[in-house]
Design a protein around this ligand. Structure first.
Ligand code: 8Y4
Length: 281
């Protein structure tokens, strides 16, 4: 399974690590902040990008919108100012595959022009104009399932059959994408851990991960340091690495192709070990 990400080709015959590079000013708990007195420090962001690559990351996920409950909404201009310069710098200086975590059509368009390789949208291109903007980039798109809206999605999530409903939603969004000209070979599916699910839902999705996407569509899993790890193990955000690594291993065993994580080196070791045991010899 190969993905064409602009100028780069991503080999997904083995699972790979996507390292998180947050450009929000308020993201200490999930990896660090690259702000110095209110201004985004491009050199700091570049150093984090270099570290991700040195530690074995294959993709750098650049995002400028916080989806945590209570986070202030970000204007289109603010998101453009945070994300596009980082994409431009990381691509031109490091030649890395950058995914852009955005739901905003203008950010999709401008990031692609700056050299981004993947569009990563937690809203599955549901914002008006987003499918069309993504289609025009020719880049692969990661569409993620979310029930509800970021501010309120964790209040009382409900499903009759979470695995069936999430899987059906992703297939439905793929059809919308295909009608807009985004071919199946450009799709990545993500069940959206932490996005409108309780821990029974999370465990059901993890147990049945292969059912969430057809076998020719790569699955992306993002569980790193998330609240589900905190609740299931009773751990503060600083002490969630072992639980996150266990879920990374379980995801890889069930066929996940991209792991979105904060702890790149540790996750790369886990994936390497999993492939030594279970991978193609
Ligand atoms: C601690 C650690 C506290 C992490 C909160 C968080 C996903 C994603 C996010 C995901 C895809 C997050 C942008 C939430 N999660 N994109 N983005 N899949 N494709 N929270 O699971 O990491 S942000």
């Amino acid at each position: 399974m190969n993905l064409t990400c602009g100028k780069n080709t991503l080999d997904l015959s083995r699972p790979v690590v996507m390292g998180i590079l947050n450009t929000t000013p308020d993201s200490f708990s999930d990896g660090g902040s690259y702000y110095a007195d209110g201004r985004l420090d491009l050199d700091l962001a570049l150093r984090r990008a270099e570290q991700i690559l040195e530690e074995g990351g294959a993709i750098i996920d650049v995002g400028g919108e916080s989806t945590r409950p209570g986070a202030a909404p970000v204007s289109e201009q603010e998101e453009l100012d945070r994300v596009v310069p980082v994409v431009e710098a990381v691509v031109s200086r490091l030649g890395a595959i950058v995914s852009v975590d955005t739901s905003t059509p203008a950010v999709i368009t401008e990031s692609a022009a700056a050299g981004a390789g993947i569009i990563n949208d937690v809203r599955a291109l549901e914002r008006p104009g987003a499918v069309e903007a993504a289609a025009a980039t020719d880049l692969p798109v990661c569409i993620m399932h979310m029930q509800g809206q970021p501010g309120t999605m964790q209040r009382d999530p409900h499903y009759d059959d979470v695995v069936a409903e999430v899987g059906a939603y992703l297939l439905e969004r793929m059809q919308v994408c295909e009608r807009a000209g985004i071919g199946r070979e450009r799709m990545i599916f993500d069940p959206g851990f932490g996005f409108g699910k309780n821990d029974d839902h999370h465990l059901a999705m993890m147990r049945n991960l292969p059912e969430l996407a057809p076998s020719d569509i790569p699955l992306l899993v993002g569980v790193s340091r998330k609240s589900m790890v905190g609740r299931l193990l009773g751990r503060d955000v600083r002490d969630r690495l072992p639980g996150s690594l266990a879920l990374a291993m379980l995801s890889a065993q069930r066929g996940a192709r991209i792991l979105r994580v904060h702890d790149v080196a540790a996750t790369a070791d886990v994936l390497k070990m999993q492939q030594l045991v279970d991978g193609p010899s």
